[in-house]
Ligand binder design. Structure first.
Ligand SMILES: Cc1cc2nc3c(=O)[nH]c(=O)nc-3n(C[C@H](O)[C@H](O)[C@H](O)COP(=O)(O)OP(=O)(O)OC[C@H]3O[C@@H](n4cnc5c(N)ncnc54)[C@H](O)[C@@H]3O)c2cc1C
Length: 420
């Protein structure tokens, strides 16, 4: 059934001996059909994962993913690749732990090398109060079946002796560690899901922007696109930073703002950081890629935007965060930086829910952290599209929590997008 065939070591040897003539494109480039049972708007990680699980796990058919640019050109190919399930709250931890478990079997499941690397993540703490908060978070994680360890200062020093332990304002006192956290090659995630969905008959239609959503008597009937009208019984929206724009086609206003988040890569360095590290006294997170570049990021730019590029003040702010954590980073040259448009929700947690329009479903509000959610988000959105019921791990991700005051405010920061 696989369009491009099953990938394996034996296949690589066979192709090497026969002139590499058997490789086929990883997915087709189909023309849109007149109508589908289900259309998913957005060919990012979440849209592609949704299509994949809808076809594979829920036996859906006549499915299309409509992408305005190219598959994986959005945030799924722009993030800093960190995965983890180190959450505190009831509404979040089971979902992110479900996602981490899916990551652990993903490459075998979709037969693609996504370089899932459980190299461990540490969150540094700098005060006694922060240590107590991390202890509480670690206990909540363990109670939900995740792994967590509290490291003292000496344990952190043994791992990363070059950190600025005695900074007068932000001394490093220890860290919360999740060994199963780590990194994944981000664009390979989009490619793996795309290939797996295509092989199960999903039409992946690129250069096809949705410009309108048609409804009749409160029910969705299809979408207007730059390639014409396409009918659909169900439409799922997974467009991340463009959520407000797309949902405005049916007059729905969301508790979501769009902001730029930038990422940075330094020149290649010798092996320095073998895991992922986050700074507890500022917004700075870093890992090292297999090519040697330090991959890091920080805050969103402090204004609303749909432009996929950032500005200098945040470059300076992130560099300062890095310098205060590990001063020797100032000797490294910055190779490149880029931006993605984040769908910042007002409590920092996502939404996977039906809408007031029959047949229209929404997935968004992922803030800084939707990459690690990709497998569970796809699975839970597919579950919702197939059954009209929320998946048990995503039952809290409803629109009405904002009306009822049942926010899932993991960080207790209120409606301040930059702090989530
Ligand atoms: C710099 C940066 C660093 C990040 N770091 C991390 C991290 O370390 N860990 C983590 O967990 N998360 C991280 N994130 C967040 C994560 O990348 C996102 O939350 C997640 O990728 C969003 O889901 P997605 O992959 O579906 O989005 P996207 O890949 O953006 O997919 C949405 C797609 O919808 C398409 N689209 C939009 N409008 C339309 C339309 N009208 N018609 C058709 N298609 C449309 C877009 O072109 C896009 O391809 C980071 C994000 C950025 C930008």
């Amino acid at each position: 059934m696989f369009g491009s065939g099953r990938y394996s070591g034996l296949r690589v040897i066979k192709e090497a001996l026969t002139g590499h003539k058997g490789w086929k494109p990883a997915w087709r480039d189909p023309e849109p059909q007149a109508a589908y049972d289900t259309i998913i708007i957005g060919g990012g990680g979440h849209g592609l994962a949704t299509a994949y699980y809808l076809a594979k796990e829920f036996k859906g058919s006549r499915i299309a993913v409509l992408e305005k640019g190219y598959l994986g050109g959005g945030n799924v190919g722009r993030n800093t690749t960190i995965i983890r399930s180190n959450y505190l709250l009831e509404g979040n931890e089971p979902f992110y732990e479900f996602s981490l478990k899916l990551w652990e079997g993903l490459e075998q499941d979709f037969n693609f090398n996504a370089m899932v690397s459980q190299r461990g993540i540490i969150n540094l703490y700098h005060t006694d109060a922060q240590r107590d908060a991390y202890t509480r978070r670690g206990n909540a994680m363990i109670l939900h079946g995740a792994d967590a360890e509290l490291l003292n200062r000496d344990q952190v020093r043994a791992m990363y002796p070059f950190l600025n332990f005695d900074n007068a304002r932000f001394p490093i006192k220890g860290a919360l560690m999740q060994r199963r956290g780590g990194t994944v090659r981000h664009d390979a995630v989009a490619w793996g899901y795309a290939r797996g969905a295509d092989a199960r008959g999903v039409d992946l239609i690129q250069n096809c922007e949705v410009t309108g959503i048609r409804t009749e008597q409160g029910r969705v009937t299809g979408v207007d696109t730059t390639r014409g009208f396409i009918g659909a019984r169900k439409v799922g929206v997974a467009v991340a930073g463009n959520s407000s724009r797309v949902m405005s086609h049916v007059g729905l206003r969301l508790p979501i703002e769009s902001h730029v988040l930038q990422a940075f890569v330094s020149e290649g360095l010798k092996p320095l950081i073998d895991g992922v590290m986050t700074y507890g006294a500022g917004h700075f997170y870093v890992s090292q890629s297999d090519k040697g570049g330090l991959v890091f990021g920080g805050d969103i730019d402090g204004y609303n935007s749909y432009a996929q590029r950032g500005n200098m003040p945040v470059v300076e702010d992130v560099a300062e965060g890095g310098m205060s954590l590990m001063p020797m980073i100032g000797r490294a040259r910055l190779l490149r930086s880029w931006g993605g448009i984040m769908d910042m929700s007002m409590d920092g947690s996502p939404i996977i829910d039906r809408t007031a329009v029959e047949g229209l479903y929404f997935n968004g509000g992922w803030c800084y952290g939707g990459f690690k959610a990709t497998p569970a988000s796809g699975w839970c959105f597919a579950h919702l599209l197939a059954t009209d019921r929320p998946h048990e791990t995503a039952a809290a991700y409803r629109f009405d929590r904002f009306r009822k005051g049942l926010m899932i405010d993991e960080k207790g920061q209120g409606a301040q997008p930059n702090l989530h």
